[in-house]
Design a protein around this ligand. Structure first.
Ligand SMILES: [Zn+2]
Length: 283
């Protein structure tokens, strides 16, 4: 006889988990309907799974020994997923930790709550993603004497006071916040950005793991631009006093996202004067 040490969900809990997300997969990039008609007109066919957030049995994915069997088989430990997603999260529990799955569940239930009983606008409503670059700080750091100064002094010690008005190497940097705003009444999903052309940001903060934007919500990403510059300190100061220096103007970033129906969209963002970003739809 096989000992049954699994803390499985009751049929009622499974059903409630499914109903609370409208029988859609709770994975934000999936959302497939998990229920539909069976070939037998008297029946429905289900491809959804009440997955355990922490495993039902020892050795399973995300198993938490500190949980009681009652908690382990309780509704708060369940998430409704399609069969594919359920398999993926259990094969790679490190990429799909407890916290992430709990967030998926909250977001999926929230979405259904907002849509329930309303006319589906999703097919016609178009998401509008806009971007803006907000200046934060800029600065210069001494990055070495120029060859002119080095040649002039040879092996002698360089006196900073004597050479301070001569050209030197500087590392200039500008910090910005890249703001991505969903300026529409329809949510967007799976937002990603990629560099296309022009000066490359030396740093762009990663998007959150759940990279969905609700209507009129925004992401704020810290970014940095670095430029290696040769000139006097006055020239260098002139550069960094420009909040949006000419070198970043014309840079292009691609912004990708999906709408409610999982159609792909892509915008080309071109940085203009004063951090204004022109957004042009590609698809
Ligand atoms: Zn799924």
């Amino acid at each position: 006889m096989v000992a049954d040490n699994r803390d499985d969900f009751s049929a009622k809990i499974k059903r409630t988990l499914a109903e609370r997300v409208g029988f859609l997969c709770s994975c934000p990039s999936c959302r497939v309907p998990t229920i539909g008609p069976h070939t037998n007109p008297e029946k429905s066919a289900n491809v959804g799974v009440a997955a355990h957030i922490t495993a039902a049995a020892i050795g399973g994915p995300r198993y938490d020994a500190n949980m009681s069997p009652a908690d382990r088989s309780g509704i708060s430990n369940g998430i409704w997923l399609c069969e594919n997603c359920a398999r993926i999260i259990d094969k790679d529990p490190v990429s799909y930790p407890v916290k992430l799955l709990q967030e998926w569940k909250t977001v999926a239930e929230q979405e259904i709550k907002e849509k329930r009983g309303k006319v589906a606008l999703s097919s016609t409503a178009f998401p509008i993603l806009e971007a803006e670059l907000i200046y934060d700080t800029s600065g210069r750091v001494f990055n070495g004497y120029s060859t002119e100064i080095l040649n002039k002094y040879g092996n002698k010690t360089i006196e900073m006071s004597e050479v301070q008005n001569l050209p030197m190497h500087y590392k200039l940097d500008w910090s910005y916040e890249l703001i991505l705003v969903n300026n529409s009444e329809t949510p967007v999903y799976n937002v990603s950005i990629e560099y296309v052309s022009g000066v490359k940001f030396s740093y762009i903060e990663d998007l959150p793991k759940i990279n969905n934007l609700k209507p009129f919500d925004k992401f704020t990403l810290k970014t940095k631009v670095v430029n290696y510059f040769k000139g006097t300190y006055k020239d260098a100061d002139f550069q960094i006093l420009q909040k949006y220096p000419p070198l970043i103007q014309g840079s292009v970033i691609r912004l990708k996202y999906q709408d409610n129906d999982r159609n792909n969209h892509s915008n080309l963002l071109t940085i203009k004067e004063n951090g204004i970003i022109e957004s042009q739809k590609e698809i």
